[in-house]
Design a protein around this ligand. Structure first.
Ligand SMILES: [Ca+2]
Length: 411
């Protein structure tokens, strides 16, 4: 037994140093502008799919339930970058029977709201809405879009965009003209961290938020343009943020669990590591660089992904899978003993809008064309089975000698 374990350990690094080939298998089609999918991690095996107009649908054993789980279309401002953008189930949802949504309301404000599940576990009560946080937006774009509970400490994180830009007037086309992302008296362009553990009423501020001087206490980190998708590694608690760039760079930001908040991720002093023409550059200190950035020859709108923690594909363990909305390319990234490695996994069939995990940690891609697809690892090509052919009893195969020909002339 010990020897088997030793052999396994010996071969593990060699086997898992390589990324496997993956493909995406269609699970559901015909969704209408889906934006997100998640599980409740309550043992039910349900996957909750969010549609931008304001619906949440339940997928169970490959079938969509006829009635939506949640319908808040009458409250949601739907169109462009506006809509119902994500939902999140708190740890211990089985007992709590409430959850949270991130949407843009008719007055163009970001709303974080709590809803309770009705007596039917597959129908939420839309009238139970309690608004936890309301954040007015100056313009129509860059609304962020994700809420997620930290898998280890249970606090609620939400990523807000910088609020966008004006298309007319004095501020026309200036990126983040109000400088929201750097301002510490604004909740825009931030990663926020709040405590909703009570499950009723307003939120509280976690005791270990950075609360730097002059910072609003909800702020965990600043300097984001439009962090559309972020995620936590469900095993380690590490945080990955995909921040959509402007004209030059797409970036993935990374915070190892336990490193504490208070970082400045740079926008709009920098776009990735690039300087912006009208901004001071070299003299800016104390910024946190992206873990990874790519320019617009490789894509133009990063879709932050998820870390694979499923059981089906050990060779993919710990790989952060993300993509780009403009060209549908999907990549994987993983930290090894000799640093981070990236693999190109190829194009998905549609434009990815989100990467999601089910209860077991298996990974899905939701695309803008209305499909939900599951990640499958392609097994390596089978090697032909070899066997020895034995002659019938008492006989021998004669070994044919090659006929002697003329020796080829060597050039
Ligand atoms: Ca940045």
């Amino acid at each position: 037994m010990g020897r088997v374990l030793f052999l396994c350990l010996l071969f593990l690094p060699a086997v898992f140093a390589q990324f496997p080939a993956i493909r995406w298998e269609n699970v559901v089609t015909g969704l209408r502008q889906p934006t997100f999918a998640t599980s409740a991690r309550d043992g039910s095996g349900r996957l909750f799919i969010v549609e931008q107009a304001g619906l949440v649908k339940i997928l169970w054993h490959g079938e969509l339930f006829e009635k939506p789980f949640l319908d808040i279309r009458s409250r949601v401002n739907f169109g462009g970058e506006l809509g119902l953008l994500s939902i999140a189930f708190p740890p211990g949802f089985s007992d709590k029977q409430h959850f949270y949504a991130y949407y843009i309301d008719k007055d163009r404000a970001v709303i974080i709201a709590r809803y309770r599940v009705s007596e039917d576990p597959n129908i939420a009560n839309a009238d139970s809405e309690e608004i936890v946080l309301r954040l007015p937006q100056p313009f129509g774009q860059h609304n962020g879009g994700l809420i997620a509970f930290h898998p280890l400490d249970g606090t609620l994180y939400l990523a807000t965009g910088d609020g966008g830009f004006s298309k007319t007037g004095d501020l026309a086309d200036i990126p983040d003209p109000l400088e929201n992302a750097q301002r510490t008296d604004s909740l825009l362009g931030k990663m926020l961290r709040i405590d909703v553990g009570k499950g009723e009423g307003p939120y509280t501020i976690p005791a270990d938020n950075p609360k730097k001087e002059g910072w609003l206490p909800e702020i965990w980190a600043r300097g984001f343009r439009n962090p559309w998708r972020f995620s936590f590694d469900r095993l380690t608690g590490d945080l990955y943020i995909g921040d959509v760039g402007d004209n030059e760079k797409e970036e993935i930001d990374f915070e190892a669990a336990g490193t504490g908040g208070g970082r400045n991720y740079g926008w709009r002093l920098r776009e990735g590591t690039s300087c912006l023409p009208e901004m001071p550059c070299d003299e800016v200190q104390g910024l946190t660089w992206p873990l990874h950035e790519y320019d617009h020859t490789e894509g133009c709108s990063v879709i932050g992904g998820v870390v694979y923690r499923g059981a089906k594909y050990p060779e993919l363990q710990g790989t952060y899978i993300y993509g780009d909305f403009c060209n549908a390319m999907v990549w994987g990234m993983r930290q090894g003993e000799d640093g981070w490695k990236r693999a190109q996994f190829g194009y998905s069939s549609g434009l990815p809008v989100t990467f999601s995990e089910d209860e077991d940690g298996e990974v899905y891609l939701v695309d803008w064309e209305g499909n939900l697809l599951q990640l499958i690892v392609e097994p390596p090509p089978a090697e032909p089975v070899q066997e020895t052919i034995r002659p019938p009893d008492g006989q021998k195969f004669r070994r044919d000698r090659p006929t002697r020909g003329k020796r080829p002339v060597r050039r």
